[in-house]
Design a protein around this ligand. Sequence first.
Ligand SMILES: Nc1ncnc2c1ncn2[C@@H]1O[C@H](COP(=O)(O)OP(=O)(O)OP(=O)(O)O)[C@@H](O)[C@H]1O
Ligand SMILES: [Mg+2]
Length: 607
Amino acid sequence: MDEETQSGDENGRAGEDVDEGDVVESESSAADTTDGSESANSPKPTDGSGSDAQFDAGEQPLDVDDPSRNKGIEDPSRDDSDGGGESATSRGDSSQPESAEPVTAEDIDIEESIGPEDPDSIRVGDSTAGTTEVSLDEVVLDDDDGDSQGLFDDLLSGEPIFENKEVLRPSYTPRELPHRTEQINQMATILVSALRGETPSNILIYGKTGTGKTASAKFVSQELESTSKKYDVPCEVEYINCEVTDTQYRVLAQLANKFIEKNQDVIETELDELNELHPQAVDDPTALAGSAYETADEVESRIEELESDRDEMEPVPMTGWPTDRVYSTFFDAVDYRERVVVIMLDEIDKLVEKSGDDTLYNLSRMNSELDNSRISIMGISNDLKFTDFLDPRVKSSLGEEEIVFPPYDANQLRDILQHRANVAFKDDALTDDVIPLCAAFAAQEHGDARRALDLLRTAGELAERGQADTVEEAHVRQAQDKIELDRVVEVVRTLPTQSKIVLFATILLEKNGVRNVNTGEVFNIYKRLCEEIDADVLTQRRVTDLISELDMLGIVNAVVVSKGRYGRTKEISLSVPIDETEAVLLSDSRLGDIENAQPFVQARFDN
Ligand SMILES: Nc1ncnc2c1ncn2[C@@H]1O[C@H](COP(=O)(O)OP(=O)(O)OP(=O)(O)O)[C@@H](O)[C@H]1O
Ligand SMILES: [Mg+2]
């Protein structure tokens, strides 16, 4: 398997090479194009003077106050542009030197290219009775009053909304975390032992998504490291996101390599000092006063020892070693020096889900074997039940201390948003209702600060796009719809094919006006769809399960209704926008094969 991955890597690299080649090639061709167009564009100042000359000649501009129209005519490169008016201005310049000269071939090109496709040019063309010369004169004249507006100028100039949008992105780590003081203090109280050279208890942090676990843990780890530097106590924190690093091999390899790197830094610093000290000690042994060495030979042998340590430290490759070897390399790297190490395993449930609890078992029993150092584990999870899958020994060791991050309520979310908004937005860019509304929406979604921040950012972006001066309540509502739709699209897109077919069957029934859709009806349509695209047909029982799953994901709403002596059935209705969902389903290449789905619905009445 490792080999496979390795060869995969090689392929990846080979692919990259090819890509690079491509890039170089395309760059060079792009450069060619630019050169080419620049040679036409380059005499920009001359264009200006050319236009003046024309204007002075007494011609009146026809569309002085309609730059867009001007752009339409003045763009000689329409044949190769994608029709965007944006590029018109800059490209338009290139026509002007030509216009001053009798280059009729160029003119013909222009006429042809702007001909029927461009309503603006047609209009202007009409007004000038289609004479090339006249329209070129207009170009030149009109250019006079709007030549500096490029594609981005307008967008750049009006920017009343954001001061610093990055502050609202998930990647930003805030320096202040309102309403998390209690949890942060709890962590600090436990971890302070590390600064006293003792081993802190292991900690498990729980809380639903967006409750500030990662942000708080990162904040605490920064504080811990900076304090350890301040007091010169050896304490290190390593953060690992187990959603990305999700196997024992990868976790141990990443940790091993980080510690090897740190050890090497320490070795290099000591070597620099000793290499300076050694020649001094050879000349004059009193140079050793105050050092840990009595003779120059001792210094020399320490230098040799350090050099051999350094050379022996071999980083772990990302694949290919037996796990035992990775573990012992990690172990040796940690134990190389005296120190306390805190290992933060964020999204620890993902690691357990993917590769069991071996990693945690190995990490949690290390302390009894380490000579110089101590490790402490801090696991973070939004899945409260993941410890059910752990070996009881691992569970009790890991959960020595537990800290819960409760969801935020609307007031707390309001504070959090307000703190960020002060930095993210320009003064007065938000109307009064915006933050409370974002907070209220997000509080409904289990008090998720990430969601609240997303809403605020999206509302700001929508306002910006609509060229509004302020963010209004309506933008927040639009943002809420947009985020919800994005979520639905993402969930539907990543459904397994069978669930997609079941959902598609439901959609077909609803679209054809079938009310109170029941499981049997969905199943009938489902069966036919499967036959149409050659998919396996599951049993009705399995399909019922898939419907329940769709219900749990919030895509459909399924309620059990009693049919008296006919037993009970589920009535199913869509909980998501029908057209968008259908479009997502049809974008799946397999479902896309379903042609003319309409007749299937008859199945209801056939059966
Ligand atoms: N108290 C707070 N103050 C300011 N920002 C916060 C606070 N709590 C959370 N945030 C912000 O909300 C977003 C989500 O927080 P975080 O990533 O810490 O959540 P989490 O609990 O780790 O969620 P998940 O379980 O999904 O990983 C981040 O952008 C974070 O900066
Ligand atoms: Mg997190």
